[in-house]
Design a protein. Sequence first.
Length: 451
Amino acid sequence: MNSIASPSLPLPGLEAVLDSFPEPMVLLDRDYRVVAANETYLRDYQDDVPVAGRCCYEVSHHYDRPCDQVGEDCPLSESLRSGQMHRVLHVHHTPRGHEHIEVETLPIRGGSGEVEFFLELHRRVRGFAAEPGSPGLVGRSQAFNRMLELIQRVASSETAVLLQGESGTGKELAAKAVHLASPRSQGPFVPVECSGLTESLFESELFGHVRGAFTGAHSQKVGLVESARGGTLFLDEVGDVPLGLQVKLLRLLETRTYRRVGDVETQNADFRLICATHRGLKAMVGEGSFRRDLFYRISTFPIHLPALRERHEDLPLLVHTLLRRIAPARRLRLDPAAMNCLLRYAFPGNIRELRNILERATLLSDGEVIRPEHLPEVCDGGETAEVLPPRFRQILPLEDLEQAYLRWASARFPGSKKELAEQLGLSERTLYRKLAEADGSAGAVAGDSPP
Ligand SMILES: Nc1ncnc2c1ncn2[C@@H]1O[C@H](COP(=O)(O)OP(=O)(O)OP(=O)(O)O)[C@@H](O)[C@H]1O
C-alpha cells in the first residue's frame, strides 16, 4: 500500500477505505493541507516532493494560494461555508498534462460538530480536452469550464437541454458531448437541421411517411424521430422551426407519440431532446414568433456557449489543436506577430471562422511557421476595429460603467489577469474582486460592450 496518512489521521482504517476507491481521493484539513491520500491520488499528483502536508491548490493547480483567491470556485471553501457536499469542475495538472477534473468535496465533522476535514474525490472528465491533440471540444478557460460543468451535470438525466450560442461556437459538438456522457451514449445521435425546411418536408423528415402518402412517396420512409430511438434527437436552429410546425413539435414532446405522414397508426417516440439556437428565443416569444409553451418545454436546462471573444485565453490552445487537425502531417505553428493579430481579432464567426482562417493559412505558408502575411484577413485591420470601444450611448452610474468596462476588458485582453491588473493600475486581487462583482451583476448593463 502506497497511501499516506499523517499521525493525526481522524479515523483509524481510513487509509484502507481511501485505497478501495479507484479514483483519486484525498483527505484535507481546513488549511487545505493533505492529511491522507490514496494510491491513485499519489500516482496522479505526487512528483519529486511528497504531497503529505502540502496544500491541495499547490498540488493540483501549482498555485501559491487557494483557488477562490485567483478567481475560481473553491469546493473546499464552499463546503466549509455551506457545510454541504460541493462539486466543481477544475483543470488540474496531472502526469498526462492539463485535464478536466470533477472535484467533489464532502465536509467531515469532528466530535464538537465543527467541520474539521474534507474528503475530496476527483473524477476525470472524458470527451473534452485541455491539451491539443485530442478530438472533441477543447478549452480550459473559465467560460469554457462553466459550460462543461453544466454539460456534465445534465448529461446523466433525461432533461431537455437548450444550447444557446452564436454561430460557430461549437453547439453541435456540445450536443454530441451531452449525448456521449449520457446513459443513451450507445444509442444513435440524430442531428436535424431545422432552418430552411418547409412545413411538409419537415414533417416527413421528422416523422417519416408511408408509401403513397403524397405524390412521389414511392416507398415508406423512416423519419428522424424513429432513427433516434434509444438515443438523442438534436434539433439545430430550433428557432427557425415555422410557427405552424411548432405545435406539431410540441405535441410530439408532450405526448411522446407521433404519426408517420399518411399513416393512421400512432408510434411511440423514445429519444432525449437537445435543441440549439443562435437566436434569442425569449425575445421571439415576446414578439409572438416562437410559442411560449414550446419554449418552456425545450428550455428546461439552458447552457450558454461562450463566444470566442469571451474565452480569448483559449485561443493559443485552439490554434494549436486546429492546426493539428487541419494538417496532421505538418508541425505548423504561429509566430508571435501572427498570434498577436489573432488575439486582437473579434471573431464574429467564432471557432468555425478561426478554423477557416487557419486552413487558408496552412495553404498559403510553405514552411512550418505561419506569419501575419498568411493571415491577410486578420492582420490587415478588418474586423479588429470591432473590438475597439464604441462611442458612449447613455448616461450610466459610474459603478455600472466600471463593471461593464471590466467585463469587456477581461473578455478581450489576451494576456494573464496579472498583466491585465497591471495595465489597469490595480492589484491582481482587486481585479478578481471587481470581476466577481461585475459577474454577479452581469446583465445590469445591457450588452457586454463598454457604453
Ligand atoms: N471547443 C472547441 N474545440 C475544438 N473545435 C471546436 C470547438 N468548438 C467548435 N469547434 C469547431 O468549430 C466548428 C464549428 O462547430 P459547430 O458546428 O459545433 O458550431 P455550431 O455552434 O453548431 O455552429 P452553427 O450555429 O453555425 O451550426 C467545427 O469545425 C468544430 O469542430
